[in-house]
Design a protein around this ligand. Sequence first.
Ligand code: FAQ
Length: 331
Amino acid sequence: MTATVEEQFEEVVAHDRRIEPRDWMPEAYRKTMVRQIAQHAHSEIIGMQPEGAWIARAPSLRRKAILLAKVQDEAGHGLYLYSAAETLGVDRGDLTNRLITGAQKYSSIFNYPTLSFADVGVIGWLVDGAAICNQVPLCRSSYGPYARAMVRICKEESFHQRQGYELLLTMMRGSEGQREMVQDATNRWWWPSLMMFGPPDADSPNTAQSMRWRIKRHTNDELRQRFVDMTVPQAAALGVALPDPALRWNAERGANDFGQPDWDEFKRVVGGDGPCNAQRIAHRRAAQENGAWVREAALAHAAKHPRFAPFSAPNQPDSGRPKVQSGGGLA
Ligand code: FAQ
């Protein structure tokens, strides 16, 4: 008996193989993938802003070069992810419009301000650390283009995390004032970093289905626990305190007990009312508007030169822009 397309889909997922763009998939699966990949791409692009604000003020040429490279990597991650989303038949321009009109989300973490250069180190240590915890399992996500994008992204994120930690180690070996800056930045970023993993499992509407489809491989709470357990010894080695009075080793569980972030604050920030939401979106909107002439010029150039003519993959709406082939060349 021939298997139905639904049965074939279920079998691919059950055997940990990959769903590819031309495979049949349930519409709800496609929508979930677009939602998660777009949110992830937007996070990388908006995530350039908090650290980008320090490029011109980095304390040495070495730190400036490192920071510039890191922020540039984040742009690259955003672009791989928009490309992965486009394999699901959506258009990058539309996704950007959905970001700047508030119709799609991006990670809550990027709505907090970077007040000192120690924040650059703490973002590398905690924010990239949380991103790695969350994203390494996504390298085994059931959607092929997303899983493959994650492999490269995770390699770069782990480099980012080390640079943050190295910066903090340097500051901790410096003056009393520098140590205070590191502690202050840790105090401000700790709870927002825990929020990056999403709401507690009991309040997470998407986790159960995403786990069944093997898009997500662990729940939000499982990953949050893994992050805390990974970070506690790193904080001790660094000599900073994590600002949670409830944090202690639980020998019975073989894991750390820890307090809960302020979930009302999380809801406010995700809902648009965080310390920097308006600024982040205004900045992204201005970049989109100021870059319009570049996109128009690229299209005009493509129209004049058949080698760069817009190309549409089968079953995908034509976005009207040149598309890059898997080998990296323009189609
Ligand atoms: N912020 O049912 P769940 C980075 C939303 S990249 C804002 O648990 P799900 C690199 C969620 O979308 C950081 N919204 O949802 C970097 C949903 O709303 P919706 C981004 C959040 O999808 C480092 C609702 O709440 N990483 O850091 C957040 O199963 C340094 C209910 O939640 C990714 O995107 C949040 N924190 O699980 C760059 C990783 N949490 O859409 C620069 C991929 C939840 O139904 C510097 N994504 N929401 O209206 C994921 O793993 C998942 O999507 C989760 C959420 C875990 C984020």
